[in-house]
Design a protein around this ligand. Sequence first.
Ligand code: FAD
Length: 560
Amino acid sequence: KLYENVAELPTLQYDFVIVGGGTAGNVLASRLTENNKVSVLVLEAGPTWNYTTTPQVGANGVAFPFLRGYMLGGCSAHNGLAYTRGAASDFDRYANLTGDDGWSWNNMLPYFLKNEKWSAPADNHDTKGQFNPAFHGTQGPIDVSVRGYPWSEFEGHVLQTTKELSEEFPFQEDYNAGTPLGIGWMQFTIGGGQRSSSATGYLTSSVLSRPNLHVLLHAQVSKLVNPVQSRVAPSEPLTFQGVQFRFGNSLFVANATKEIILSAGPVGSPSILQHSGVGDATILKRLGIPTVLNLPSVGKNASEHAYSGLSWAVNSNQTVESLFQNPALYDQAFAQWNKTKTGPFVDTSPGTMVGWLRLAPDSPAFKVHADPSPGPDAPHFEVLFQPFGLDIFGPGPYSPTISLVLAMVSPVSRGSVLINSTDPFSAPLIDPGLLSNDFDALAMAEGLQLLLKFVGAPNWKENRYLGAPSVDIASMTPDEVVAYVRGASGPGYHLVGTLGMSPQGAPYGCVDPDLKVKGFAGLRVVDASVLPIVPAAHTQAATYVVAERAADLIKQQWGL
Ligand SMILES: Cc1cc2nc3c(=O)[nH]c(=O)nc-3n(C[C@H](O)[C@H](O)[C@H](O)COP(=O)(O)OP(=O)(O)OC[C@H]3O[C@@H](n4cnc5c(N)ncnc54)[C@H](O)[C@@H]3O)c2cc1C
């Protein structure tokens, strides 16, 4: 049941208390309560976090707004809907880094299928050749489909380029099959023209009607309380007995008899742990927070994607700007979506096609740093092909524009999420470390040159389709392009790693491969924080499968 008032909760004692009803938290809530003997409480702080990053040294000192979903469903309820799993080698690297083969691609693929319900696109077009059914689930809670409204002229140019420059930019039928390189159709967490989130997919009305599941909204967790050494020997694991949260102006404590599970996301979960006295003891000491366990990696090792890109004016009336230029057309499209869940409003900003590309083997960037990608089949870059300008959400005026958005998806840079106050309700210092390593900035600069090559294919000149670029990269020196990158990049909101997994018993890392916090019993982290390195992909799919596997690990441990 969903509760909006703590006074209506029948109890504050549960088998499991899940902190955060976001992307991962709702998967656990749903899977654990499949067993009616198990009682679960979800504490969700939601409606938007108002975070800002620290000034980003690698991006000209700019402090960026750092969006996080603050509602049931978390980021899955407001993200860009791109459904991208990453490369098989991303997951094989997780298996290597943790010493647990359970995280390998072959072992995680069943969880991707379990999470997914492949769906027809909103326009019901023939999708043959646009995805590979062998790699998709059909019975899971999260709808996935290719784009549901055609931008045929622009898409035609992208596809034609995969023929004209097939060596460098080959067509890729399905980038979610483990070997993503190439260019193909974007997949989205959309079904029937609508967003599919962890709230709509996992907390359906039938799941919410389970008597053993209680979900409390407007409950912001401050910290874990009442740490006890479970046995006599100091090496025995610690346990937190309660979860303190604020509802209205009062503080409450919920108790978990089996486990407390932190699913507050890569900003929330490390902050809660640090406020509970678990983190780098020097930082905790400086703030005057008593150290319960010195776990120096907490909040460190954050990895994030930097995004940049280029726009071009086009000689066409088939871009999203056509809607923004004409209020009547815009209203009509909006009404169409409201009525039938079809039309141009069924898709979102990531564009309708996507490319996954690598740096050239002789790239000068490799002189700065060894190749950070997990394997030769994994990309360094993502390119989002968007039938609209980068400034579409600005004040206008809107002239027909297309954009190729570029992300560096195998970054070397690392950042952190560290608290700097004893007030658990104040925001932590969020430093995604954007472009802080020169490799990433150099690579991005090379990526922009790849975009120029792409639109250099002959077909873009037909009917004088392609006009002037937003920035004339071609006439810049290499150093000027790097400077441009540093001034024109921002976060992708794909932060992971702030409570990264490491092998059982390793002196670094925050959680063991079974996601238990090191040194603790009855305390796990299940969200994007545990991925030790950002995958070469947007991060919701990886977060979903982390949570699906975690549900199985927890069920196994407790014989559920
Ligand atoms: C703007 C944006 C666009 C994105 N676009 C895409 C995309 O197109 N495709 C993609 O794959 N990924 C995308 N991502 C990333 C992806 O959505 C996230 O990586 C993923 O959803 C994170 O899941 P999570 O469970 O770790 O955290 P979240 O989904 O953020 O869940 C954490 C939950 O915990 C709650 N919470 C936090 N602190 C507390 C507290 N103290 N007490 C109680 N509750 C708390 C939050 O309100 C939230 O509901 C995007 C992210 C953002 C922000």
